[in-house]
Design a protein around this ligand. Sequence first.
Ligand code: ADP
Length: 179
Amino acid sequence: MAQPSAPVIVITGTPGTGKSTHAQLLCNESPVPLKHINVGDWVKEKSLYEEYDEEWQSYTVDEDKLLDELEPVVADGGIVLDWHTCEAFPERWPDLVVVLRCDHSKLWDRLEQRGYHLKKIQENNQAEIMQVVLDEARSSYPEEIVVEMRSESMEDIEANIARIIEWIAAWRKQRGLSD
Ligand SMILES: Nc1ncnc2c1ncn2[C@@H]1O[C@H](COP(=O)(O)OP(=O)(O)O)[C@@H](O)[C@H]1O
């Protein structure tokens, strides 16, 4: 199989930390084509779930189906996987795992604006305080590919995107792909 010309980047973090905002902007600004996959949306659109959990207002994902669906897409590279969890992805998939972090009071406001019910806001807020997603990323992937980034302001977003674009250029250069 031909070597991919662009990496596979996972953008993860507690809901509301800014994954989709980052993923969209990154795909718009990257000089090499990248495709944004909002995994939560894929799960719904392609019915890759076992059931809908009324209590948590979320889908219980069928991980086997999800991975089967993603595998051929990921193999081509040039993908940004946007999901609030990352441990389901095989270790060999990502070249970079970005974990977005946000102050819990700012996160609370974002989730409230999103219309989440109180229990779901509390659960996510607690997870952010306990750095659940960061720990999950660190235990699932080599430490050198896991990068924690703050996402509390527009300046943070701009700096993070610039940093990821620089990283992509270095990734391509290492593989003799730069122009
Ligand atoms: N760094 C940031 N600074 C200010 N607002 C942000 C930032 N990141 C995200 N937001 C806002 O927070 C909300 C949730 O962002 P979103 O990208 O949908 O998060 P996620 O995909 O992680 O659930 C959106 O209204 C977005 O505009």
